[in-house]
Design a protein around this ligand. Structure first.
Ligand SMILES: [Zn+2]
Length: 338
């Protein structure tokens, strides 16, 4: 065994600690004496080979030196404003610029949906939801579309093995809601709807619709125009010209399509409005007596109107989006613009 003079070791190490001046060098000194293969560690390991008396004497001295050196190194570190023995992995440079946290944001359809809900809620409408999987009765028959009705072709959908189907519109919720709630009532029904059709820039197989329903004793088309007009003003944040034209839906009579004047060309006619100057945004009409009947209400007691807006269509007009498929594409170049 190499005999090591502990007093010399103490002197030598003390000097080196005082001279170190940086954390890196202090760590090196610490390693040199106290590390796994450090000088003092070797002394402690070699104790087994000594006689009992010597072991006691050298052991005590070496242990005292070990404590002494640790304390001295800690003190030096403290002097450098660093408490305790900091090693490299714990060392934090607070002057390095931080990494920016990536936070998500709401999808444009969610933004649009929330805006629509907020406007209608402020006009006294409740937000109601219904199932995406619907049965034929609620999706068709109750809405005055019997099995052999040609309108079923227009709303072709996905039929499921459990004898249900994916609803083609949010209108079934009209019946579901009126079965359980007596008028007067005003609701909107936001939700997904599905169509079995090919997709292109203006067609998707999954859409988001907002249904509206208002029922009372003396509800007329004038109420529909007033509510829809107020909605447009607040949604598009400007005065909007809109028109109602006769249309056909089995569950309303009379029925209308609602169109607003084209933003892109100020109604002069352009490619956005296909030269017409108008953009169709909704279907609407007065609730058909058969729908009241199927909802267990007496038709002659009540009047009401209903509408169905396509949420994508509203968002496309508001944000000038030219392809409906972008909404569900998951393309961040598109989504990060909102
Ligand atoms: Zn236009």
């Amino acid at each position: 065994m190499v005999k090591i003079d502990l007093k010399l070791l103490k002197k030598e190490s003390e000097k080196e600690i005082e001279k170190a001046g940086s954390i890196e060098l202090l760590n090196e000194v610490s390693k040199k004496y106290l590390g796994k293969k450090g000088k003092l560690t070797l002394v402690l390991r070699s104790l087994a080979g000594l006689s009992q008396n010597e072991r006691k004497k050298v052991g005590t001295e070496a242990n005292e030196l070990k404590i002494f050196l640790k304390e001295k190194i800690d003190k030096e570190l403290e002097k450098m404003n660093l408490v305790g023995s900091v090693n490299e992995s714990e060392w934090i440079d607070i002057t390095i610029p931080g990494k920016k946290m990536h936070s998500g944001h709401l999808h444009p359809l969610t933004l649009t949906k929330r805006k629509v809900e907020e406007i209608f809620q402020s006009m006294g409408f409740s937000v109601v939801e219904g199932p995406d999987m619907e049965n034929e009765w609620y999706n068709f028959d109750a809405l005055n579309i019997p099995k052999d009705h040609p309108a079923r072709d227009v709303w072709d959908t996905f039929y499921l093995r459990n004898k249900l189907l994916l609803r083609t519109h949010t209108s079934p919720v009209q019946v579901r809601y009126m079965e359980k709630n007596n008028p007067p009532l005003r609701i909107i029904v936001p939700g997904n709807v599905f169509r079995h059709e090919a997709t292109d820039a203006s067609h998707e197989f999954q859409l988001f619709q907002i249904e509206g329903l208002m029922v009372d004793k003396n509800i007329s088309v004038a109420n529909l125009k007033a509510i829809v007009g107020e909605f447009f003003r607040r949604f598009f944040e400007k005065d909007i010209k809109f028109r109602l034209r006769p249309d056909y839906f089995p569950f309303t009579e009379p029925s209308f399509d609602i169109a607003i004047n084209c933003f892109a060309c100020q109604s002069k006619g352009c490619s956005v409005c296909k030269g017409t100057g108008w953009l169709e945004v909704a279907g609407a009409g007065m609730v058909h007596p058969n729908v009241f009947k199927n909802s267990k209400l007496i038709p002659k007691d009540w009047q009401g109107w209903a509408f169905g807006f396509g949420l994508e269509r509203l968002a496309m007009i508001k944000y000038k989006i030219n392809d409906i498929r972008l909404f569900r594409s998951g393309d961040l170049r598109f989504l990060n613009q909102f």
